[in-house]
Design a protein around this ligand. Structure first.
Ligand code: HAM
Length: 421
């Protein structure tokens, strides 16, 4: 039922039926990333606004249009995190991070962007992300991309495409920037209003514009890699050679700039055709960040994948179902109600999942209840059973049933489960 107090637009409830697939992906991240030397870290959902405006770039859409801000009681402006990298690097800058002390961290959690909601575009969404911070080596870039591909393929996702490009380092970017200025100078009237502002403030953002008129002008651009300095071109060549060596299929997309300003050198995006307009499952790249209030310049490489989009890309058989409960303990008479609680407690102490019913039922509704919660066994306790210190234990998958002494229930269920395994 919809009411005026449903979850806000673009923010979804994730209910138990879907949760098993979320856990599957999260468990995969927690088991796979440590194999690459990464450990989990968690940063606050709220950071001081400058962590994002300074880190992501004041001219990015995320900072300009999409941040949720609030002023705290001390008058300082905080923002809900729109992504994980800037906050994580802020946190790492408070440690002993250095080129000889690189940090490999991963994170899982909600992010917030006030975008127009659409299929696959939420205002609260969830990312699984990694950051390898402290050092600059093409090997680290290639391995980070390999890790993303490994993650997605172990999740059972198929049919995706990997696009890579270089943004060059900031020092090597000037000639390309000058070329872009010349290229767009006489096309300003055809650009959208946002891009006319980007022309003045940060011309690279034009390449990220989704407006169809601007997209046409962007597609006329030559390959910008040839305008970058030699060190940046060589760095990118090395990343591509390493990806080939690692047998990672990819395509170079010279238009890929990504929507955040902290990137330099390698950038990449993983798309899936099944997702429609919002087709990026994951994105990432190399960056250099100076958390506000510090003079620590921290280089890193990382990616983030959208959990909602990962789950949308999974085929039916890859989606997980909630685990069934082992036993549903049902009283058929009032005197058996308390005993059912005790039996459930004993079963749980022996490692079984057990739910006890607190109202007495008819035999028919006891079995219906067991089916409703997908219990493997219905453990039924009526007057006859109470008199004999027994339960009636019904195996819900094959319909077989037998009277089992109260002291033997755990053993009986254990044997039956072994027999059906
Ligand atoms: P991003 O490309 O902005 O990169 O986001 C990464 C992924 O988050 C996207 O590919 C998409 O799957 C998901 N995502 C983003 N926005 C939404 C949304 N509104 N609704 C649903 N899913 C969304 C970053 O966030 C960078 N911090 C990645 C990174 C890590 N770069 C270096 N390290």
């Amino acid at each position: 039922m919809n009411s005026n107090y449903s979850a806000p637009p673009g923010m979804s409830d994730i209910m138990p039926a879907e949760m098993a697939s979320w856990h599957k992906i999260e468990d995969l991240a927690r088991s796979l990333f440590p194999l690459y030397g990464f450990s989990e870290a968690r940063t606050p959902l709220l950071e001081y606004l400058e962590v994002f405006s300074h880190g992501l770039g004041t001219e990015t859409d995320v900072v300009q249009k999409e941040m949720y801000k609030l002023v705290d009681r001390g008058g300082r402006t905080l923002a809900l995190r729109p992504e994980g990298t800037a906050g994580m690097i802020r946190a790492l800058s408070e440690t002993d991070i250095s080129p000889v002390n690189e940090k490999r961290v991963y994170y899982i959690g909600p992010m917030f962007r006030g975008e127009r909601p659409a299929a696959g575009r939420r205002r609260q969404f969830h990312q699984v992300g990694v950051e390898n911070a402290g050092r600059v080596h093409p090997e680290l870039d290639a391995e980070c991309i390999l890790m993303l591909m490994d993650f997605v393929s172990r999740a059972g996702i198929e049919g995706h495409s990997l696009l890579v490009n270089t943004r060059s380092n900031r020092e090597d970017r000037k000639p390309a920037e000058e070329f872009l200025k010349k290229h767009f100078a006489d096309k300003l009237p055809s650009l959208c209003e946002d891009c006319r502002a980007r022309f003045e403030k940060n011309i690279w953002r034009i390449l990220d514009c989704k407006n169809p008129e601007c997209a046409k002008l962007i597609s006329d651009l030559p390959d910008l890699i040839s305008y970058f300095g030699a060190p940046s071109r060589e760095y990118f060549e090395k990343v591509c050679i390493l990806l080939e060596k690692l047998k990672v299929p990819f395509k170079v997309d010279p238009r890929l700039v990504r929507g955040l300003d902290y990137y330099e050198h390698t950038v990449f995006e993983l798309t899936h055709p099944g997702l429609g307009g919002q087709n990026a499952i994951a994105g990432g790249g190399r960056y250099r960040l100076v958390p506000p209030g510090t003079n620590k310049e921290i280089p890193g490489i990382g990616f983030a994948a959208g959990l909602e989009r990962l789950i949308m890309s999974m085929k039916g058989e890859e989606l997980a179902k909630p685990a069934p409960i082992d036993a549903y303990i049902v009283p058929l008479c009032q005197d058996a109600v308390e005993k059912c609680l005790v039996i459930a407690d004993e079963l749980r102490k022996s490692g079984f999942g057990a739910v006890s019913e607190c109202e007495c039922k008819s035999m028919k509704s006891a079995l219906r209840g067991a089916n409703r919660i997908s219990a493997k066994f219905a453990v039924i306790l009526g007057e006859n059973e109470l008199a004999k210190s027994e339960v009636l234990c019904k195996n819900m998958s094959d319909g077989s049933q037998s009277g089992v002494s109260l002291v033997n229930i755990c053993q009986h269920i254990k044997e039956q489960l072994k027999g059906s395994a």
